[in-house]
Write a protein that binds this ligand. Structure first.
Ligand code: ADP
Length: 646
């Protein structure tokens, strides 16, 4: 699955990379096409300008040849020279000067007039050109030379003048390259290209450029003929502005594409991490859910106002309501038994106050079916992720079954004990009957014999002595039998030993604590700080405390839960340790108080009414005293003393 997500997640990036590649190819093709187009048009333009210059120079040369012909015919000194040259220089400003020399190389005329002709305006190799033109009999072009000023570099055109086949003179026209370019190269050409005339060494002799500083792009070179002499025309295309715009645009597109790829990549990474986090969260959630489902303890969360915010399924099962019915509900809750509502309310308020007993408490709750059940509830504060107290979390245990089982086992135990006691009593009774049968029958027969004698009337007192003595002996024997059986039932005498009163009382409480907790009763013990000792049978004293504590527990069955408490304390004064067992039970009415310690006094259905009587016997046997006092706040207090050991 991870693999599938992986390659599918990579698709957008792949597509984006492809887009970038295709875009690059497209731009490259466009660029190549454009470069080809531009180089084509450059070549065409170069050829055109070369043709134009060629045409202009040869046209001028032809005009000069025609002038040379006429001068040959009409004589070198005719005014024709000035008239014609004026027209020529006016139409071709590149013709800076036209000089007419005679066959002896002497300057005859100059246009425009200059006398003498400045040395700088004479080409250094003019003589070579002169001789060449004379010998060839046709126009010849000279090498470029520095003319000076605005004219810059120039070259000469030598046109021989013949009269009837006889060389008579030479027309020498000086053409300025700068002027030639500025006149002949149109503005549109100069805007597109930089045009230069270079010599064989690559030295620039003249140039035409609209833009001073320009980055050269495409370039093409053709021979500049005439005048030849190794000169060339170099035309360089300017990098056009839209090039820059296009490049910027391409860069922007590539930049954006790259950003998109990076964003996609980052997004993918983010998604992957998120997916991983989600999977981990899902696993965690499933684990928690499984844990929650497997719980048998009901969980219920409430906010600070007591509104239910969460219930687990165990709690729902326990009360028989759906989570949706319970979440958001406020007291009185649907699972409160109406008869227990007051108890539940006071408990609820105590929880919100933070006064819930940490050892838990019991409540009678009601299932949806109406069935009541006993719940053991533990409340704890709910702390959120920011450390704030946000409510209360309760764990609720259905203890009905457990209690029922415990009750059942206790009842069975009690029944067993009672049966054992009955058996013992039965055995004792039959033994007694059996043992007493003999002496009692003997007594009866002696008594009958004596009575018979008395009825006969002739009895003497001495005669009655023997049977009556025997009768007395039998009666004594019966008494002995009863004593022996009594001793047998008592089995043994108490075993007295020094013991710490605090320990004995704490030991006894250990036996009833579980029972008290079950009834929601708090037990507090305040031991005597002086740690008194006494001589006693600790098992019997434990029996006394146990009995008093059990009576207290049974007396508090109807007491509201928050009042249920047993307070046991030990204090020693004047050689007497006083053990005090106080409860908040039903208390004892003055009528009851009289019969409290008499045997078989009980207000309980199954009570024997022997407990307090035996307790008093045990305490008195230990030279102590047991009595009762009413508890000022309600309930009763039983106190007994034990002589404290020095
Ligand atoms: P039993 O517990 O078998 O009834 P006891 O001699 O222990 O016999 O108690 C006698 C009677 O005294 C009880 O039935 C009860 O009515 C009363 N009694 C004993 N202890 C208390 C007590 N702490 N509070 C109220 N009544 C009590």
């Amino acid at each position: 699955m991870r693999l599938g997500t992986g390659w599918r997640g990579g698709l957008p990036i792949l597509a984006m990379v492809l887009v970038v590649v295709l875009l690059g190819i497209l731009l490259w093709l466009l660029q190549r096409n454009e470069v080809e187009d531009r180089s084509q048009s450059l070549i065409q333009d170069v050829l055109w300008v070369e043709q134009d210059l060629h045409f202009h120079i040869t046209t001028n040369a032809e005009s000069l040849t025609r002038l040379a012909d006429r001068l040959g015919r009409e004589g070198l000194n005719s005014d024709l020279f000035y008239a014609e040259t004026r027209t020529l220089t006016a139409s071709s400003p590149d013709l800076r000067r036209i000089v007419l020399r005679d066959s002896g190389e002497k300057v005859l005329r100059t246009a425009p007039p200059a006398d003498p002709l400045p040395e700088t305006e004479i080409a250094p190799d003019w003589h070579t050109g002169f001789i060449l033109a004379r010998s060839l009999g046709q126009p010849v072009y000279g090498a470029p030379f520095w003319l000076g000023g605005e004219s810059g570099i120039a070259f000469d055109v030598y046109v021989p003048v013949f009269r009837q086949g006889q060389f008579v003179g030479m027309l020498v026209a000086t053409v300025s390259l700068n002027e030639l370019l500025s006149q002949q190269v149109p503005w549109w050409f100069a805007q597109k290209y930089r045009l230069e005339i270079v010599d064989g060494d690559g030295m620039v002799l003249a140039t035409k450029s609209q833009v001073e500083v320009a980055e050269p792009g495409l370039s093409h070179q053709v021979r500049f003929e005439p005048p030849g002499k190794g000169l060339s025309i170099v035309v360089t295309a300017y990098r056009r502005e839209n090039d820059l715009v296009r490049n910027l645009l391409s860069a922007a597109i590539f930049g954006l594409a790259l950003t998109a790829i990076l964003s996609l990549w980052a997004l993918r990474r983010h998604m992957r991490r998120r997916l991983e986090a989600e999977q981990a969260l899902r696993a965690e959630h499933a684990f928690r859910k499984a844990m929650e489902e497997s719980l048998t303890i009901g969980m219920r969360a409430r906010d600070l106002d007591g509104r239910v915010t969460y219930v687990n399924s165990a709690f729902c099962r326990m009360v028989g309501w759906e989570a949706t019915d319970l979440i958001g509900s406020v007291p009185p809750m649907v699972y409160w038994a109406p008869e227990e509502a007051e108890n539940c309310y006071s408990m609820f308020r105590a929880v919100l106050r933070g006064d819930a007993p940490p050892e838990g408490f019991e409540l009678i709750l009601c299932r949806k079916s109406g069935e009541r059940f006993k719940a053991l509830v533990y409340e704890a504060p709910l702390i959120d992720s920011e450390g704030q107290h946000s409510g209360w979390m309760a764990s609720i245990l259905d203890i009905t079954e457990r209690e029922r089982a415990e009750d059942l086992s206790r009842q069975q135990q009690e029944k067993l004990q009672r049966t054992a006691r009955l058996i013992t009593m039965g055995e004792m009774a039959s033994t007694l009957a059996h043992e007493l049968n003999q002496p009692l029958s003997a007594i009866a027969s002696y008594a009958a014999g004596c009575l018979n004698r008395l009825d006969a009337g002739n009895v003497r007192a001495e005669e009655l002595e023997a049977p009556l003595t025997k009768l007395g002996a039998q009666a004594q024997r019966a008494g002995q039998i009863i004593r022996r059986i009594h001793d047998f039932v008592r089995k043994s005498k108490p075993s007295v030993a020094p013991c710490a009163i605090n320990r004995v009382i704490e030991g006894a409480i250990g036996f009833v604590e579980a029972d008290a907790r079950k009834h929601g009763i708090r037990m507090t013990v305040t031991p005597d700080p002086t740690e008194p000792w006494t001589d006693a049978d600790h098992i019997l004293i434990e029996q006394v405390v146990l009995n008093l504590a059990r009576n207290a527990i049974e007396a508090m069955c109807a007491t509201p839960w928050f009042h249920r408490e047993i307070d046991i304390s030990i204090r020693t004064a004047e050689g007497q340790s006083v053990v005090r067992v106080a409860d908040r039970g039903t208390g004892i009415t003055p009528e009851m108080a009289d019969g409290l310690f008499t045997p078989f006094f009980s207000t309980k259905e199954e009570g024997m009414g022997m407990g307090l009587n035996i307790c008093r016997s045990i305490v008195e046997w230990h030279r102590g005293r047991l009595w009762y006092e009413p508890n000022p706040g309600g309930g009763s207090v039983f106190l007994f003393t034990l002589p404290a050991k020095e």
